[in-house]
Design a protein around this ligand. Structure first.
Ligand code: UT7
Length: 334
């Protein structure tokens, strides 16, 4: 029997309407467009506003568009995995809430949290369910409402993050396309450098944790930068070498969008010119689990069957990894 590969057969993304510009941020904290652009490459980010609007709104919009685009009935979906660090609630899972919102009733579902590498971890997991031969339609969502955990009085973090998400449909194929290889890592050395301290079982919410602003992202930017810039490039080169890929064989690099300088360093180590790198950090900032699916969504119409694509991410924990895939369809859906 020929090997079953997991192929992405559709991609859809969604961002809220409200745009928070560098100009507006510079009225909120002591910063300016020039500093933010030079150090990060972010110009603006989208923010989900309004009461009762959690990450599931982003995820459900992405999944709804995906099902329409791929002409898939919600009842056909076997599994939904949602990668997020900003779940609507600690439980039930955001995948559960998204499934309810879009009418998925025959699937099991779970959330995955690997900080900014979550979408890749979830894709790697969804891939294995397809490869088992027992599941034929798996939805992998990456979505975050980072504005819900961003401290808009902290100029070192509030300039970075935005809200967005995307979803892909994974289906089996016996062709030599789809997800070919992956390499994932984690190392707890990163724990003190990037976290949201309170709200979990270790520091449950109290008046004190709220007053100390411990429900927001805490990041030691330089320490994270040092690791990110090395590890994201290392793993991207490793996946190339494992698969005998030369720079010229690669059609696209899809990097997590945390900082333009990290993206450029990764592309440089891989020997790729900028034209082959999907970059939209300028318009969205770091949307954590939303970055990679949003890039695939925006570049989707340009993609061709057989394109060699490397996805790479780095995030809190630390977590990092790369996936090598051959694009399975012409454009963004079958
Ligand atoms: O996605 C998950 C993984 N996360 C990452 O990969 C993020 C990695 N880290 C970074 O991207 C960068 O470290 C940051 C963009 C967060 C910060 O850039 P940096 O070049 O490391 O700046 P820095 O923290 O070393 O700060 C340099 C200076 C400081 O001033 P002094 O001490 O030199 O006087 C900061 O106080 O810039 C100051 N600064 C700012 N100035 C204007 C920090 N934030 C701002 C700001 N506007 N928003």
């Amino acid at each position: 029997m020929s090997k079953i590969n997991a192929a992405i057969t559709g991609i859809h993304g969604w961002v809220p309407d409200y745009i928070l510009t560098n100009e507006e941020l510079s009225t909120m904290v002591d910063t300016n467009d020039e500093w933010i652009m030079t150090r990060t490459g972010v110009k603006e980010r989208h923010i989900l506003k309004g009461e009762g609007q959690g990450t599931s709104v982003i995820g459900a919009n992405a999944v709804k568009g995906l099902l329409e685009k791929t002409k898939t009935s919600p009842q056909e979906i076997d599994l939904v995995i949602c990668a997020t660090v900003t779940p609507d609630m600690l439980f039930p899972t955001t995948s559960n809430i998204i499934s309810e919102k879009v009418g998925i009733k025959n699937a099991f579902c779970f959330d995955m949290n690997a900080a900014c590498s979550g979408f890749l971890y979830a894709l790697e997991t969804g891939r294995r369910y397809i490869e088992s031969g027992q599941y034929s339609k798996v939805v992998v969502v990456g979505a975050d409402k980072m504005s819900s955990i961003t401290d808009y009085t902290d100029r070192t973090t509030c300039i970075l993050f935005g809200d967005a998400g995307g979803a892909v449909l994974l289906e089996p194929t016996t062709e030599d396309i789809g997800i070919i290889d992956s390499k994932m890592y984690s190392d707890g050395i990163g724990i003190p450098h990037l976290y949201q301290k309170a709200g979990g079982s270790n520091y449950p919410p109290t008046a004190e944790t709220v007053a100390a602003r411990e429900h927001f992202i805490y990041q030691e930017g330089q320490a994270v930068f040092k690791f990110a810039v090395t590890k994201m490039a290392d793993v991207s080169v490793e996946i190339m070498e494992r698969n005998n890929l030369k720079s010229e064989d690669i059609s696209w690099l899809v990097p997590h969008q945390a900082n333009m300088r990290i993206i450029e360093a990764t592309a440089r180590r891989m020997g790729l010119e900028k034209e082959k790198v999907m970059i939209n950090i300028e318009r969205y900032g770091n949307t954590t689990n939303g970055t990679i699916p949003m890039c695939l969504y925006e570049w989707g119409p340009k993609l061709k069957k057989g394109d060699n694509i490397v996805l790479s991410a780095f995030g809190g924990g630390f977590t990092w990894g790369s996936i090598y895939l051959k694009w399975a369809v012409d454009g963004d859906s079958k």
